[in-house]
Design a protein around this ligand. Structure first.
Ligand code: RNT
Ligand code: ZN
Length: 412
């Protein structure tokens, strides 16, 4: 089918494909650096990821150095229509020095800044509160030991400064997302002390004022992780309240809730109380497994909520998945494209007609429409987007992904 006939089919429903394409290419996705190397990072001094997150698998081609990671990123961004961002973790520092986490400065990330300037990919940032001896108790900002808390508070402060420096260099706000693994393997008897401790540490960390034009703070909740099955200190309720009171962004990671919860449903609810949202779009399978996102119902609903609830302007879309059983670059490209495809599908729906059926309680019309609309040629419009950016789809995409994978497969 040609784009012109697809365009006519959408027009028949009152949908302007050109407007949808224009809107889609304005939506940046903050792609996470950590899919490229299985969340290992480039610090000289620390070890495995820890914190209850784990990439499993040993498919060849993992990036082992910052240069390899940047080469892989260049390849991946080259297959993503639109202008996107990179979400960098502190453990991805690129320096000959060996700063501990409480010693990091923007100079330790200079090669990333240089790459950002030349590639035009703006940066977001994350302090790394895991994969470190001082996080081995699965307690960081909520640790009972003042010295350990101070260490992590300092790390958090420095991360905010680095984020602000990134923001100043790129001319738009860098989001600095705080996720801490803090929790208990077995049922704690004093949850409130741990939560007060986390709150106090966060307050200290966020106390130095930063220009919101340069950096914004986000906080990410979690339900449980491996090793912290009984209680996570920074739960959803904890951070929802915190974000409302402190005016930070609230980060919703799709893997951080009970498996049957609908994360898309949460957006409109929390958007009434928090100004800005950050998403970690992910795919949990039975637990917070961080599978690469598919064009699954969860993702389609998430995208539809963003579009239909008018939340795109105040939501930063970040991704959070890591699969080491497949090509890292294919995971990035397919996963990020799936987010874009989901957004495109939402943008190609006759929003007014659907809403008006619901508003007049015509659930029958809404039902017929939602099902009939599923047969529209969304893929043809996506192929047109890619063609306009001179990017492949289908078998041609597969050939490019395979060729790149073959070129990195010999990495040790
Ligand atoms: C962990 C959180 C967190 C991490 C990254 C690496 O459960 O989802 O966002 O995945 O910071
Ligand atoms: Zn996350």
């Amino acid at each position: 089918m040609t784009y012109e006939s697809a365009k006519a089919q959408f027009a028949d429903w009152g949908v302007d494909t050109e407007a949808a394409i224009a809107a889609l290419t304005q939506i940046p996705i903050s792609m996470h650096c950590w899919q490229g190397d299985d969340v290992a990072g480039f610090e000289a001094r620390t070890g495995t990821s820890g914190g209850g997150i784990q990439a499993t698998g040993n498919f060849p081609g993992r990036a082992r150095t910052p240069d390899e990671l940047r080469a892989d990123l260049d390849f991946a961004y080259g297959l993503l229509p639109g202008k996107h961002r990179l979400n960098l973790h502190a453990m991805y520092m690129d320096t000959d020095e060996t700063p501990d986490r409480d010693e990091i400065e923007v100079r330790h990330f200079q090669p990333w800044l240089d790459w950002s300037q030349t590639s035009g990919v703006d940066l977001d940032f994350n302090p790394t509160f895991f994969a470190h001896a001082k996080a081995d108790d699965n307690l960081t900002l909520a640790h009972p030991d003042r010295g350990i808390r101070d260490f992590w508070i300092e790390h958090g402060k420095r991360s905010r400064e680095i984020a602000a420096a990134f923001g100043a260099a790129q001319g738009n706000a860098c989001v600095n997302n705080v996720w801490v693994p803090d929790g208990f393997k077995d049922t704690p008897v004093d949850r409130i002390t741990a939560r007060r401790q986390l709150e106090a540490s966060l307050n200290e960390m966020l106390a130095p004022e930063q220009d919101p034009a340069r950096m914004r703070d986000a906080v990410e909740s979690k339900l449980f992780g491996i090793g912290v099955e009984a209680c996570t200190v920074g739960s959803h309720e904890f951070y929802l309240g915190y974000a409302i009171r402190k005016g930070t962004l609230l980060c919703l990671d799709m893997g951080h809730f009970h498996p049957t919860e609908n994360i898309a449903d949460k957006l409109s609810a929390v958007a009434l109380s928090v100004d800005e949202l950050l998403l970690h779009v992910s795919r949990p399978m039975r637990w917070d497994s961080d599978h690469v996102i598919l064009q699954s119902d969860d993702i389609l609903q998430m995208a539809q909520e963003l579009v239909f609830s008018g939340l795109l302007e105040r939501t930063r879309i970040g991704l959070d998945f890591f699969d080491a059983t497949i090509s890292r670059t294919a995971a990035w490209v397919i996963g990020t494209r799936n987010m874009q495809k989901a957004l495109l599908r939402a943008l190609l729906l006759p929003q007014d007609a659907l809403k008006s059926a619901e508003h007049r309680l015509d659930h029958n019309a809404r039902f017929i429409m939602t099902e009939e609309l599923k047969d529209l040629p969304f893929g043809v419009v996506w192929a047109e987007v890619c063609a306009r950016h001179d990017m492949p789809v289908g078998r041609a995409l597969m050939a490019e992904l395979d060729a790149y994978q073959a070129s990195v497969a010999a990495r040790g």
